[in-house]
Design a binder for this molecule. Structure first.
Ligand SMILES: [Zn+2]
Length: 355
Protein backbone atom coordinates (compact mmCIF):
# COMPACT_ATOMS: atom_id res chain seq x y z
CA UNK A 1 0.00 0.00 0.00
CA UNK A 2 1.58 3.29 -1.02
CA UNK A 3 0.40 6.84 -0.57
CA UNK A 4 -0.82 6.79 -4.18
CA UNK A 5 -3.14 3.81 -3.76
CA UNK A 6 -5.73 6.05 -2.17
CA UNK A 7 -5.71 8.42 -5.08
CA UNK A 8 -7.62 7.20 -8.07
CA UNK A 9 -7.50 8.16 -11.67
CA UNK A 10 -4.37 10.31 -11.70
CA UNK A 11 -1.51 7.83 -12.08
CA UNK A 12 -0.25 9.48 -15.28
CA UNK A 13 0.28 12.70 -13.38
CA UNK A 14 2.17 10.92 -10.62
CA UNK A 15 4.44 9.38 -13.23
CA UNK A 16 4.91 12.70 -14.99
CA UNK A 17 5.89 14.43 -11.77
CA UNK A 18 8.20 11.58 -10.79
CA UNK A 19 10.05 11.90 -14.09
CA UNK A 20 10.31 15.67 -13.65
CA UNK A 21 11.96 15.14 -10.26
CA UNK A 22 14.29 12.46 -11.61
CA UNK A 23 15.45 14.87 -14.31
CA UNK A 24 15.83 17.58 -11.75
CA UNK A 25 13.15 19.59 -13.50
CA UNK A 26 10.75 20.07 -10.63
CA UNK A 27 9.35 23.56 -11.02
CA UNK A 28 8.72 25.77 -7.98
CA UNK A 29 5.11 26.48 -8.88
CA UNK A 30 2.34 24.24 -10.13
CA UNK A 31 -1.32 24.80 -10.78
CA UNK A 32 -3.46 21.70 -10.39
CA UNK A 33 -6.55 22.42 -12.44
CA UNK A 34 -9.71 20.36 -12.81
CA UNK A 35 -13.25 20.18 -11.59
CA UNK A 36 -14.16 20.12 -7.94
CA UNK A 37 -14.07 16.85 -6.04
CA UNK A 38 -11.65 14.79 -8.10
CA UNK A 39 -8.75 14.62 -5.64
CA UNK A 40 -6.47 17.53 -6.55
CA UNK A 41 -5.83 18.57 -2.95
CA UNK A 42 -5.31 14.98 -1.89
CA UNK A 43 -2.80 14.70 -4.72
CA UNK A 44 -0.95 17.83 -3.58
CA UNK A 45 -0.74 16.53 -0.02
CA UNK A 46 0.57 13.21 -1.29
CA UNK A 47 3.30 15.00 -3.26
CA UNK A 48 4.27 16.92 -0.12
CA UNK A 49 4.33 13.73 1.93
CA UNK A 50 6.58 12.02 -0.60
CA UNK A 51 9.04 14.92 -0.67
CA UNK A 52 9.17 15.08 3.12
CA UNK A 53 9.25 11.32 3.78
CA UNK A 54 12.49 10.37 5.49
CA UNK A 55 12.59 6.85 4.09
CA UNK A 56 12.23 7.60 0.40
CA UNK A 57 14.39 9.74 -1.86
CA UNK A 58 12.63 12.59 -3.66
CA UNK A 59 13.00 10.95 -7.06
CA UNK A 60 11.07 7.88 -5.91
CA UNK A 61 8.05 10.08 -5.18
CA UNK A 62 6.90 7.63 -2.55
CA UNK A 63 6.04 7.89 1.13
CA UNK A 64 6.30 5.24 3.85
CA UNK A 65 3.40 6.54 5.94
CA UNK A 66 5.28 5.62 9.11
CA UNK A 67 8.20 8.00 9.60
CA UNK A 68 7.70 11.10 11.73
CA UNK A 69 7.56 13.37 8.66
CA UNK A 70 4.84 11.26 7.04
CA UNK A 71 2.86 11.24 10.25
CA UNK A 72 3.17 14.99 10.59
CA UNK A 73 1.94 15.54 7.04
CA UNK A 74 -0.99 13.20 7.61
CA UNK A 75 -1.85 14.96 10.86
CA UNK A 76 -1.52 18.39 9.25
CA UNK A 77 1.28 19.39 11.63
CA UNK A 78 4.40 19.29 9.46
CA UNK A 79 6.33 22.50 10.22
CA UNK A 80 7.40 23.01 6.60
CA UNK A 81 4.06 22.32 4.92
CA UNK A 82 1.84 25.36 4.74
CA UNK A 83 -1.73 25.28 3.53
CA UNK A 84 -4.14 28.09 2.94
CA UNK A 85 -7.61 28.14 1.41
CA UNK A 86 -10.75 30.19 1.20
CA UNK A 87 -12.24 30.59 4.69
CA UNK A 88 -15.55 28.76 5.13
CA UNK A 89 -18.49 30.81 3.92
CA UNK A 90 -16.25 33.44 2.30
CA UNK A 91 -16.09 34.18 -1.40
CA UNK A 92 -12.48 35.36 -1.39
CA UNK A 93 -9.09 34.19 -0.29
CA UNK A 94 -7.98 37.27 1.67
CA UNK A 95 -4.60 38.96 1.91
CA UNK A 96 -4.39 37.97 5.59
CA UNK A 97 -3.80 34.38 4.47
CA UNK A 98 -0.61 35.54 2.76
CA UNK A 99 0.65 38.46 4.86
CA UNK A 100 -1.08 37.96 8.20
CA UNK A 101 -3.77 40.10 9.87
CA UNK A 102 -3.48 43.95 9.70
CA UNK A 103 -2.01 44.21 13.19
CA UNK A 104 0.70 41.75 12.29
CA UNK A 105 1.12 42.35 8.57
CA UNK A 106 4.20 40.72 7.14
CA UNK A 107 4.91 38.73 10.26
CA UNK A 108 2.41 35.96 9.66
CA UNK A 109 0.76 34.27 6.71
CA UNK A 110 1.92 32.07 3.89
CA UNK A 111 4.48 34.48 2.37
CA UNK A 112 6.10 34.92 5.74
CA UNK A 113 6.08 31.17 6.43
CA UNK A 114 7.73 30.46 3.10
CA UNK A 115 10.42 33.09 3.65
CA UNK A 116 11.68 31.35 6.76
CA UNK A 117 14.25 28.57 6.76
CA UNK A 118 12.87 25.04 6.72
CA UNK A 119 12.71 23.52 10.18
CA UNK A 120 12.75 19.80 9.47
CA UNK A 121 14.11 19.21 6.00
CA UNK A 122 15.59 21.28 3.22
CA UNK A 123 12.49 22.72 1.64
CA UNK A 124 9.22 24.47 2.24
CA UNK A 125 6.03 23.34 0.54
CA UNK A 126 2.83 25.34 0.19
CA UNK A 127 -0.63 24.29 -0.93
CA UNK A 128 -3.04 27.04 -1.92
CA UNK A 129 -6.56 25.73 -2.23
CA UNK A 130 -9.19 27.74 -4.15
CA UNK A 131 -6.33 29.77 -5.61
CA UNK A 132 -8.64 31.47 -8.11
CA UNK A 133 -10.48 33.06 -5.18
CA UNK A 134 -7.46 35.23 -4.31
CA UNK A 135 -8.49 38.86 -4.37
CA UNK A 136 -6.21 41.33 -6.18
CA UNK A 137 -4.53 42.47 -3.01
CA UNK A 138 -3.76 38.89 -2.00
CA UNK A 139 -2.56 38.05 -5.49
CA UNK A 140 -0.16 41.00 -5.52
CA UNK A 141 1.30 39.99 -2.20
CA UNK A 142 1.64 36.38 -3.28
CA UNK A 143 3.11 37.28 -6.67
CA UNK A 144 6.31 38.51 -5.03
CA UNK A 145 6.81 35.13 -3.38
CA UNK A 146 6.04 33.36 -6.62
CA UNK A 147 8.55 35.51 -8.51
CA UNK A 148 11.33 34.98 -6.00
CA UNK A 149 10.61 31.72 -4.27
CA UNK A 150 12.96 30.46 -1.57
CA UNK A 151 15.38 27.72 -2.68
CA UNK A 152 13.73 24.34 -3.27
CA UNK A 153 10.32 25.71 -2.35
CA UNK A 154 7.37 23.99 -3.98
CA UNK A 155 4.10 25.86 -4.31
CA UNK A 156 1.01 23.99 -5.49
CA UNK A 157 -2.09 25.97 -6.39
CA UNK A 158 -5.42 24.25 -6.70
CA UNK A 159 -8.16 25.60 -8.95
CA UNK A 160 -11.49 24.24 -10.15
CA UNK A 161 -11.69 26.76 -12.96
CA UNK A 162 -8.38 27.64 -14.57
CA UNK A 163 -9.88 30.61 -16.44
CA UNK A 164 -10.68 32.26 -13.13
CA UNK A 165 -7.03 32.27 -12.02
CA UNK A 166 -5.26 35.60 -12.53
CA UNK A 167 -3.04 35.41 -15.64
CA UNK A 168 -0.08 36.95 -13.78
CA UNK A 169 -0.11 34.00 -11.42
CA UNK A 170 -0.92 31.37 -13.97
CA UNK A 171 1.94 32.45 -16.23
CA UNK A 172 4.46 31.87 -13.46
CA UNK A 173 3.41 28.29 -12.82
CA UNK A 174 3.24 25.04 -14.70
CA UNK A 175 -0.31 23.90 -15.21
CA UNK A 176 -1.22 20.26 -14.67
CA UNK A 177 -4.74 19.42 -15.73
CA UNK A 178 -6.69 16.78 -13.85
CA UNK A 179 -9.43 14.81 -15.59
CA UNK A 180 -12.78 14.01 -13.97
CA UNK A 181 -12.82 10.60 -12.33
CA UNK A 182 -14.06 7.61 -14.28
CA UNK A 183 -17.38 6.18 -13.06
CA UNK A 184 -15.64 3.00 -11.91
CA UNK A 185 -13.16 5.00 -9.80
CA UNK A 186 -15.98 7.08 -8.33
CA UNK A 187 -18.04 4.02 -7.50
CA UNK A 188 -14.96 2.44 -5.90
CA UNK A 189 -14.41 5.52 -3.73
CA UNK A 190 -18.06 5.63 -2.64
CA UNK A 191 -17.85 2.02 -1.54
CA UNK A 192 -14.43 2.53 0.07
CA UNK A 193 -15.75 5.48 2.09
CA UNK A 194 -18.86 3.41 2.87
CA UNK A 195 -21.08 6.15 1.53
CA UNK A 196 -23.20 3.44 -0.06
CA UNK A 197 -23.25 -0.29 0.59
CA UNK A 198 -24.54 -1.68 -2.70
CA UNK A 199 -22.18 -1.75 -5.70
CA UNK A 200 -25.21 -1.27 -7.98
CA UNK A 201 -26.17 1.92 -6.17
CA UNK A 202 -22.58 3.17 -6.28
CA UNK A 203 -22.50 2.49 -10.01
CA UNK A 204 -25.80 4.29 -10.60
CA UNK A 205 -24.71 7.33 -8.59
CA UNK A 206 -21.31 7.46 -10.24
CA UNK A 207 -22.97 7.74 -13.65
CA UNK A 208 -24.75 10.87 -12.44
CA UNK A 209 -21.84 12.49 -10.67
CA UNK A 210 -19.98 14.03 -13.61
CA UNK A 211 -16.74 12.44 -12.46
CA UNK A 212 -16.72 14.38 -9.20
CA UNK A 213 -16.80 13.02 -5.68
CA UNK A 214 -18.12 16.40 -4.53
CA UNK A 215 -21.17 15.96 -6.77
CA UNK A 216 -21.60 12.40 -5.53
CA UNK A 217 -21.61 13.72 -1.95
CA UNK A 218 -24.33 16.22 -2.86
CA UNK A 219 -26.39 13.47 -4.45
CA UNK A 220 -26.07 11.43 -1.28
CA UNK A 221 -27.77 14.08 0.81
CA UNK A 222 -30.43 11.97 2.61
CA UNK A 223 -33.21 14.48 1.92
CA UNK A 224 -32.39 14.48 -1.78
CA UNK A 225 -32.28 10.69 -1.87
CA UNK A 226 -35.70 10.58 -0.24
CA UNK A 227 -37.04 12.82 -2.99
CA UNK A 228 -35.36 10.63 -5.57
CA UNK A 229 -37.07 7.56 -4.15
CA UNK A 230 -40.44 9.35 -4.12
CA UNK A 231 -39.87 10.33 -7.76
CA UNK A 232 -39.00 6.75 -8.73
CA UNK A 233 -42.02 5.38 -6.86
CA UNK A 234 -44.38 7.75 -8.61
CA UNK A 235 -42.87 7.21 -12.05
CA UNK A 236 -43.17 3.46 -11.63
CA UNK A 237 -46.73 3.63 -10.33
CA UNK A 238 -49.51 2.57 -12.72
CA UNK A 239 -51.55 5.41 -11.19
CA UNK A 240 -49.12 8.26 -11.83
CA UNK A 241 -50.39 11.33 -10.02
CA UNK A 242 -48.94 14.53 -11.50
CA UNK A 243 -50.36 16.88 -8.88
CA UNK A 244 -49.14 14.82 -5.98
CA UNK A 245 -45.66 14.44 -7.47
CA UNK A 246 -45.37 18.17 -8.20
CA UNK A 247 -46.35 18.92 -4.63
CA UNK A 248 -43.94 16.36 -3.20
CA UNK A 249 -40.96 17.56 -5.24
CA UNK A 250 -41.61 21.26 -4.74
CA UNK A 251 -42.14 21.06 -1.00
CA UNK A 252 -39.25 18.61 -0.70
CA UNK A 253 -36.86 21.04 -2.40
CA UNK A 254 -38.16 23.81 -0.20
CA UNK A 255 -37.55 21.70 2.89
CA UNK A 256 -33.94 21.04 1.86
CA UNK A 257 -33.55 24.82 1.76
CA UNK A 258 -30.54 26.88 0.76
CA UNK A 259 -30.40 29.84 -1.58
CA UNK A 260 -32.01 29.86 -5.00
CA UNK A 261 -28.84 28.55 -6.65
CA UNK A 262 -28.88 25.55 -4.31
CA UNK A 263 -32.55 24.85 -5.03
CA UNK A 264 -31.84 25.08 -8.73
CA UNK A 265 -28.91 22.69 -8.38
CA UNK A 266 -30.99 20.23 -6.37
CA UNK A 267 -33.77 20.47 -8.94
CA UNK A 268 -31.26 19.61 -11.64
CA UNK A 269 -30.20 16.55 -9.64
CA UNK A 270 -33.84 15.46 -9.46
CA UNK A 271 -34.16 15.90 -13.19
CA UNK A 272 -31.01 13.83 -13.71
CA UNK A 273 -32.47 11.12 -11.47
CA UNK A 274 -35.52 11.16 -13.74
CA UNK A 275 -33.31 10.88 -16.82
CA UNK A 276 -31.48 7.97 -15.25
CA UNK A 277 -34.83 6.31 -14.53
CA UNK A 278 -36.00 6.41 -18.13
CA UNK A 279 -32.56 5.56 -19.47
CA UNK A 280 -32.45 2.54 -17.20
CA UNK A 281 -35.98 1.52 -18.30
CA UNK A 282 -35.04 1.86 -21.97
CA UNK A 283 -31.88 -0.19 -21.46
CA UNK A 284 -33.86 -2.89 -19.75
CA UNK A 285 -36.49 -2.95 -22.44
CA UNK A 286 -33.92 -3.25 -25.19
CA UNK A 287 -32.15 -6.04 -23.32
CA UNK A 288 -28.96 -4.05 -22.71
CA UNK A 289 -27.02 -3.97 -19.50
CA UNK A 290 -26.66 -0.56 -17.93
CA UNK A 291 -24.07 0.53 -15.35
CA UNK A 292 -26.55 0.93 -12.54
CA UNK A 293 -29.89 -0.78 -12.40
CA UNK A 294 -32.84 1.05 -10.87
CA UNK A 295 -35.36 -1.56 -9.65
CA UNK A 296 -38.31 0.85 -10.01
CA UNK A 297 -37.31 1.53 -13.61
CA UNK A 298 -37.20 -2.19 -14.31
CA UNK A 299 -40.71 -2.65 -12.96
CA UNK A 300 -41.81 0.33 -15.05
CA UNK A 301 -40.26 -1.27 -18.15
CA UNK A 302 -41.98 -4.56 -17.41
CA UNK A 303 -45.28 -2.89 -18.23
CA UNK A 304 -44.23 -3.02 -21.85
CA UNK A 305 -43.76 -6.23 -23.74
CA UNK A 306 -40.48 -5.06 -25.20
CA UNK A 307 -41.30 -6.39 -28.63
CA UNK A 308 -42.55 -3.28 -30.32
CA UNK A 309 -40.23 -0.44 -31.28
CA UNK A 310 -42.97 2.01 -30.30
CA UNK A 311 -42.53 1.11 -26.64
CA UNK A 312 -38.89 2.06 -26.72
CA UNK A 313 -39.72 5.20 -28.63
CA UNK A 314 -42.35 6.07 -26.07
CA UNK A 315 -39.87 5.72 -23.20
CA UNK A 316 -37.32 7.79 -25.10
CA UNK A 317 -39.95 10.49 -25.58
CA UNK A 318 -40.39 10.60 -21.80
CA UNK A 319 -36.60 10.86 -21.46
CA UNK A 320 -36.55 13.74 -23.95
CA UNK A 321 -39.31 15.53 -22.07
CA UNK A 322 -37.36 15.30 -18.81
CA UNK A 323 -34.19 16.49 -20.55
CA UNK A 324 -36.10 19.53 -21.79
CA UNK A 325 -36.82 20.49 -18.19
CA UNK A 326 -33.12 20.53 -17.38
CA UNK A 327 -32.71 23.08 -20.17
CA UNK A 328 -35.60 25.11 -18.75
CA UNK A 329 -34.00 25.17 -15.33
CA UNK A 330 -30.72 26.23 -16.93
CA UNK A 331 -32.61 29.07 -18.59
CA UNK A 332 -33.58 30.33 -15.15
CA UNK A 333 -37.27 29.52 -15.41
CA UNK A 334 -38.69 29.24 -11.88
CA UNK A 335 -38.13 25.73 -10.50
CA UNK A 336 -41.70 25.10 -9.19
CA UNK A 337 -43.09 26.11 -12.59
CA UNK A 338 -40.66 23.79 -14.42
CA UNK A 339 -41.61 20.86 -12.19
CA UNK A 340 -45.32 21.55 -12.46
CA UNK A 341 -45.27 21.59 -16.26
CA UNK A 342 -43.06 18.52 -16.41
CA UNK A 343 -45.23 16.46 -14.07
CA UNK A 344 -48.38 17.57 -15.89
CA UNK A 345 -47.01 16.55 -19.28
CA UNK A 346 -45.62 13.28 -17.98
CA UNK A 347 -49.06 12.62 -16.50
CA UNK A 348 -50.71 13.15 -19.86
CA UNK A 349 -48.28 10.80 -21.55
CA UNK A 350 -48.48 8.16 -18.84
CA UNK A 351 -52.28 8.06 -18.56
CA UNK A 352 -53.31 4.63 -19.84
CA UNK A 353 -55.93 6.19 -22.15
CA UNK A 354 -53.32 8.29 -23.82
CA UNK A 355 -51.44 5.26 -25.03
ZN1 LIG B 1 7.72 8.45 5.52
Amino acid sequence: MTVWDNIRGHSERVEWLRRAIQRNRLSHGYVFAGKEGIGKRLFARAVAQCLFCQRHADEELLACGECSACKQVLAGTHPDLHEVGRPAGKAELPIAAFLGPPENRGREGLCYDLSRLPMAGDRKIAIIDDASAMNDEAANAFLKTLEEPPPKALIMLIVDNLDALLPTIRSRCQVIRFDPLLPADLAGLMLQHEWVKEPAEAAALSELSDGSLAVAAQLLDPALRELRDALYRELASPNFNAIELTEQLTSGLEAIGGDSATTRRNAVWLIRFGLEFFRSAAMHLSGQQSGGVIPAAVSFAQRFDGQSPEDLEFIMSLFERVAETERHIDMNIAVPRCLEVLCHELGQKLRPAAR
